[in-house]
Design a protein around this ligand. Structure first.
Ligand SMILES: *Cc1c(COP(=O)(O)O)cnc(C)c1O
Length: 394
């Protein structure tokens, strides 16, 4: 079908979209309305951890759809309990609250920290966050984010989110007052341009927050669920945060997110937190399939191996073209271009014929790579070859 035959006109404008309509996908490939296929290194924005239309997820979805879709959040259901058990068994956390988006999970983390502050810290409510961070698009999570311009779009902001600089412990210490209840960060800033917090910084943060009786919240919406080569990115620095949020990869593409905490911090009382779809069995059954597949023997090892492989390929390309290297963890990486040619490359790789590549420029001077965690070496090679073709044409 031609693009013009689709009724896209009634869709509210929120961003510039190319004039194609995606119709189906499998693994690392996605197909448009004209049958052209694209090697997908965006994967729904680091969401499809197992690629497009993973068989295990389809099975879980079909099976659960015939059993029970939503008994209401006021009742238990089996998939929600099983997924919570799996997550607590494989993390340092004891309690789980399911949500439908990363922003909602982060709102929950903010509420939980403020509630804890009310109960145990004389009403302390400030949460120190970081410049260039991204925590979501609700009013509170936009206020928590350190994205340029976000302080004014929907002013006034939600108060209580002073900003520090990533990997600068003095900048955090300076902001701690008796009002401080938590420090919240992404172990790897994703939207900010794939900027990892150093292991040393994460450890310093843990020490500092412990000393001041302040909670440490990790937003692992993008870095969690295998993306960094470990089940969760906080493992890389050998620390135990108090609260963690998950989104994106946990659902493998379906709307699912989670708020996790240590038992002693789970201080919500009846009625404090909830949501109509939260913990519904349809999505949590899919999440259970996703996390089980990530935990299969050798899976995360494979992510680390192919992460290293992608890293080597990007470094080689960088050397060859005089770029500024690469950074990241696992299969969340960025190629530093040194000039603002990212958007141009993104467009040209998509328009390549007969097959395109989907890439993202999180910032104009870099390319971000977030392929399916089961991407193959051959697919990485294919992507690199197509990227070279485009670079040759610039
Ligand atoms: C994407 C993202 C969010 C927001 O998740 P949504 O599901 O889009 O609400 C929050 N934090 C981080 C680190 C993210 O990458």
């Amino acid at each position: 079908m031609q693009f013009t035959e689709y009724p896209t006109q009634p869709l509210m404008y929120i961003t510039n979209r190319p004039e194609i309509v995606f119709t189906h996908g499998k693994g690392s490939w996605i197909y448009d309305n004209e049958g052209k296929r694209y090697l997908d290194f965006i994967q729904g924005w680091a969401v499809n951890s197992l690629g497009h239309c993973n068989e295990g997820m389809i099975e879980a979805l079909e099976k659960q759809a015939r059993l029970l879709i939503n008994p209401s959040p006021a009742f238990y259901n089996e998939p929600m309990a099983k997924l919570a058990e799996l997550l607590t068994q494989h993390s340092v956390f004891d309690k789980v609250f399911f949500a439908n988006s990363g922003a909602e999970a982060n709102e929950g983390a903010i509420k939980l920290a403020r509630k804890w502050g009310k109960k145990f810290k004389h009403g302390a409510y400030e949460i120190i966050t970081f410049d260039h961070s991204f925590h979501g698009r609700t009013l509170a999570t936009m206020s928590a984010s350190g994205k340029a311009g976000w302080d004014t779009i929907y002013a006034p902001q939600v108060p209580g989110f002073p900003k520090a600089d990533l990997n600068d412990i003095a900048s955090v210490e300076k902001l701690i007052t008796d009002k401080t209840v938590a420090v919240m960060l992404e172990p790897i800033q994703g939207e900010g341009g794939v900027i990892p917090a150093t292991r040393e910084f994460m450890q310093q943060l843990r020490d500092l927050t412990k000393r001041h009786n302040v909670l440490l919240i990790v937003d692992e919406v993008q870095s969690g669920c295998g993306r960094a080569g470990t089940l969760f990115a906080y493992e890389l620095s050998n620390i135990e945060p108090d609260i963690m949020t998950l989104g994106k990869g946990i659902g493998g593409g379906v709307p699912l997110a989670a708020l996790l905490s240590k038992a002693e911090i789970a201080v919500f009382e009846a009625g404090d937190q909830g949501g109509t779809y939260n913990g519904n069995p349809l999505m949590t059954a899919v999440g259970y399939s996703v996390i089980s597949q990530l935990l299969a023997p050798g899976f995360l090892e494979g992510v680390r191996e192919r992460g290293e492989y992608l890293k080597d390929q990007l470094l080689e390309l960088s050397k060859e073209r005089g770029f500024e290297g690469e950074r990241g963890e696992g299969l969340l990486r960025a190629l530093l271009l040194g000039k603002d040619i990212g958007p141009q490359i993104v467009e040209k790789t998509r328009l390549l014929q007969p097959e395109g590549v989907l890439l993202n420029a999180a910032r104009p001077n870099l390319l971000r790579f977030m392929p399916a965690l089961n991407v193959t070496r051959e697919e990485i090679d294919q992507m690199m070859a197509m990227l070279r073709t485009v670079l040759d044409s610039l």
